[in-house]
Design a protein around this ligand. Structure first.
Ligand SMILES: *[C@@H]1O[C@H](CO)[C@@H](O)[C@H](O)[C@H]1NC(C)=O
Ligand SMILES: *[C@@H]1O[C@H](CO)[C@@H](O)[C@H](O)[C@H]1NC(C)=O
Ligand SMILES: *[C@@H]1O[C@H](CO)[C@@H](O)[C@H](O)[C@H]1NC(C)=O
Ligand SMILES: *[C@@H]1O[C@H](CO)[C@@H](O)[C@H](O)[C@H]1NC(C)=O
Ligand SMILES: *[C@@H]1O[C@H](CO)[C@@H](O)[C@H](O)[C@H]1NC(C)=O
Ligand SMILES: *[C@@H]1O[C@H](CO)[C@@H](O)[C@H](O)[C@H]1NC(C)=O
Length: 422
């Protein structure tokens, strides 16, 4: 039987092989790339959450409410192979494997752009299933030709299956120079299914596990760190977001707050500790019954749109927001499900929420709190889970320069208009 990636044990194995990759990078300076949002008129992707997260956090995370279906992901442009072949992949700090659809793609979602053909690249290398690289991903199995077949699944029920391989991946820097990364382990996906839209050509895994692009880059660009500045979803699609790697991604200056990253057995998610959330001046403790919270109760995920809170806290946040807003919530629109939504042409003017991370208070203005799933409606961009932990989603991350410093093990937040580069 082919391995299916549902059991809890699935993720445990990934942490066993923390070996270094043969990276050959010449550049020593940091660099930046642009993130493009997909054309939302084509979007029908449900928020993407890895199954692994589920096994780590809970097993019954509900599928997303349809209101998020028109919103979603930030696409990162990069090239793969020689000659370079351009792909657009979802920038996902919540997963590790970078993969793209490869020819032949037998059971794949429809894509408008041509797919990567490994036969046409002179730098493509299959990874043998005897190789240690194959076991970096615990779902690697041997094909009859000794290829390393992988399966990688996401909480949205999306799955990619294919062959683990190595390639040159080229990132274009915002300074104009391109940055080739040689021998990057990636998934050549020959069977990819799930709620992807036809602009998306795969996923760029930016998590903390051994196979992620971040781990493979290591300290090559002057420090193991990266930063992102995501524009809010209502911004014109031609305005790109920015992601920086290495030296140039340091987040410093006035207004910066930082919180420790919490190391757990699951190396993929960037765990932080959320003590509570304020709605204006009302402080709601994460753990209603006590000041004690478990360290690392949340993780930051650029691939999940809403912020997901344990029901106990979520219910309190909803109740408090309702009491602060003078308008009546929408109750007669079946499209909106149980979300807290208001009928208003422009976004609400308040309340201001504050996410109290350990050592870092992060203010959320209505832009980061309410999202518009359809004209004339704004909804609280939060949802709930029966788990003890939660996810800090990409709506809340917008208009903050967020730095992940993996050498110092801290995440920093600096308020910033991400539509204005520099
Ligand atoms: C989005 O795609 C549609 C259909 O291809 C196109 O008509 C529209 O101009 C695009 N919008 C933007 C902002 O690119
Ligand atoms: C593709 O994977 C699905 C499971 O995700 C499997 O049921 C199907 O048989 C596979 N198809 C091909 C052509 O390999
Ligand atoms: C990689 O493996 C596939 C399938 O076994 C094979 O067709 C292809 O020729 C191999 N490519 C290289 C460069 O070895
Ligand atoms: C390995 O992957 C290839 C290409 O996706 C597929 O044709 C083959 O059936 C797979 N073999 C095994 C044993 O999973
Ligand atoms: C909440 O606090 C109680 C009492 O200190 C503790 O036992 C429990 O683990 C905490 N729960 C969470 C989710 O942090
Ligand atoms: C989410 O919260 C609602 C009430 O606010 C509750 O009925 C539902 O069971 C919760 N869902 C989960 C997955 O905890």
């Amino acid at each position: 039987m082919t391995m299916v990636v549902y059991p809890t044990s699935f993720h445990l194995a990934t942490i066993i092989c923390l070996m270094l990759l043969p990276l050959h990078i010449s550049a020593t300076e940091g660099f930046s790339v642009n993130l493009i949002r997909k054309n939302s008129s084509h979007a029908h992707v449900l928020p993407l959450r890895r199954l692994m997260e589920l096994s780590a956090m809970e097993k019954t995370l509900t599928p997303q409410s349809p209101i998020y279906a028109y919103l979603g992901h930030y696409l990162m442009e990069l090239s793969i192979g020689t000659p370079p072949f351009k792909i657009y992949g979802i920038a996902d700090t919540g997963s590790d494997l970078t993969w793209t659809s490869c020819v032949p793609c037998n059971n794949c979602y429809k894509q408008r752009n041509p797919m990567f053909d490994p036969q046409k690249s002179t730098t493509y290398r299959n990874i043998s299933c005897d190789s240690k690289l194959c076991h970096k991903l615990d779902t690697g199995v041997c094909s009859p030709q000794k290829r390393c077949n992988y399966t990688y699944a996401y909480a949205s029920a999306a799955i990619t299956r294919g062959v683990l391989a190595q390639e040159t991946i080229t990132l274009s820097s915002t300074k104009g120079k391109s940055v080739p990364l040689k021998g990057i382990v990636f998934g050549c996906g020959h069977n990819n299914t799930g709620g992807f839209n036809d602009h998306e050509m795969g996923i760029i895994g930016l998590g903390g596990g051994p196979v992620s692009l971040i781990s493979q880059m290591g300290s090559s660009f002057g420090g193991k760190r990266f930063s992102q500045c995501l524009v809010p979803f209502h911004t014109d699609v031609s305005v790109s977001s920015k992601m920086s790697f290495g030296k140039g991604s340091k987040v410093s200056g006035k207004g910066v707050v930082s919180t420790p990253l919490v190391a757990k057995q699951d190396k993929t998610p960037y765990f932080v500790t959320l003590l509570g959330i304020s709605v204006e001046n009302t402080y709601l403790h994460f753990n209603g019954s006590s000041q004690n919270v478990e360290k690392g109760n949340m993780f930051l995920d650029s691939g999940t749109p809403p912020t997901i809170l344990p029901t106990q806290l979520y219910d309190q946040v909803v109740a408090q927001v309702r009491s602060e807003v003078a308008m009546k919530p929408v109750t007669d629109d079946p499209d909106l499900g149980p979300q807290l939504c208001y009928r208003t042409k422009n976004n609400l003017r308040g309340p201001v929420l504050t996410a109290h991370f350990e050592g870092a208070d992060v203010k959320l203005s209505p832009t980061q709190t309410f999202i518009s799933p359809k004209d004339g409606v704004f909804c609280l961009g939060f949802t709930n889970t029966s788990s003890d932990g939660g996810v800090y989603g990409n709506f809340a991350q917008s208009n903050y320069l967020i730095g992940f410093d993996l050498d110092r093990q801290v995440v920093s937040f600096k308020p910033k208009d991400c539509t204005k580069h520099k």
